[in-house]
Design a protein around this ligand. Structure first.
Ligand code: FES
Ligand code: FES
Length: 170
């Protein structure tokens, strides 16, 4: 028979230690083993450029790169990324040194409120480097996991199409 915890008892939470490598920096962490990469980036490292939209893998706002591939950080455990290379929007460019994809989003008004934009840009970078940005149809297909509630899709596609014509890889 399984013993029941006493009323008021604190349930032990499994902690784990690992190192996140993000945008060229190394961050030793000790967290609950269930912490997602998204929450570790935002709450532990203060990298709030990566956004939490749905927190269940359906909107793409939390897209980052791990070892050069795009992943949904809300569906990835932080501990799974131990020693792997994580790149967030903060590692792509900044106000004084925008990446060509960021320049292109600005030029084409590829956003309105901007909440989805970091995820859109991380996905755009991935599909350009995968060679999947040849036509507007292809861009729409391979960006379909990134939802924009403002409906800036037409301009996002134009921005990616133009950026893909340049050397726009990370
Ligand atoms: Fe991760 Fe929406 S927050 S897919
Ligand atoms: Fe507002 Fe995409 S720009 S959600």
């Amino acid at each position: 028979m399984t013993s029941q915890p006493k009323p008021g008892a604190v349930r032990a939470v499994s902690q784990t230690e690992f190192t996140l490598r993000v945008n060229g920096g190394e961050y030793p962490l000790r967290t609950d083993a269930r912490v997602t990469l998204l929450d570790a980036l935002r709450d532990r490292l203060g990298l709030t450029g990566t956004k939490k939209g749905c927190d269940q893998g359906t909107c793409g706002a939390c897209t980052v790169h791990v070892d050069g591939k795009r992943i949904l950080s809300c569906l990835t455990l932080a501990a799974q990324c131990d020693g792997r290379e994580v790149t967030t929007i903060e590692g792509v460019g900044d106000e004084s040194n925008l990446h060509p994809v960021q320049e292109s989003f600005l030029k084409h008004d590829g956003f309105q409120c901007g909440y989805c934009t970091p995820g859109q840009i991380m996905s755009a970078l991935a599909l350009i480097s995968e060679g999947r940005a040849g036509t507007p149809e292809e861009i729409r297909e391979y960006m379909s996991g990134n939802i924009c509630r403002c409906g800036a899709y037409q301009n996002i596609v134009a921005a990616i199409q133009e950026a893909a014509g340049h050397d726009a890889a990370l």
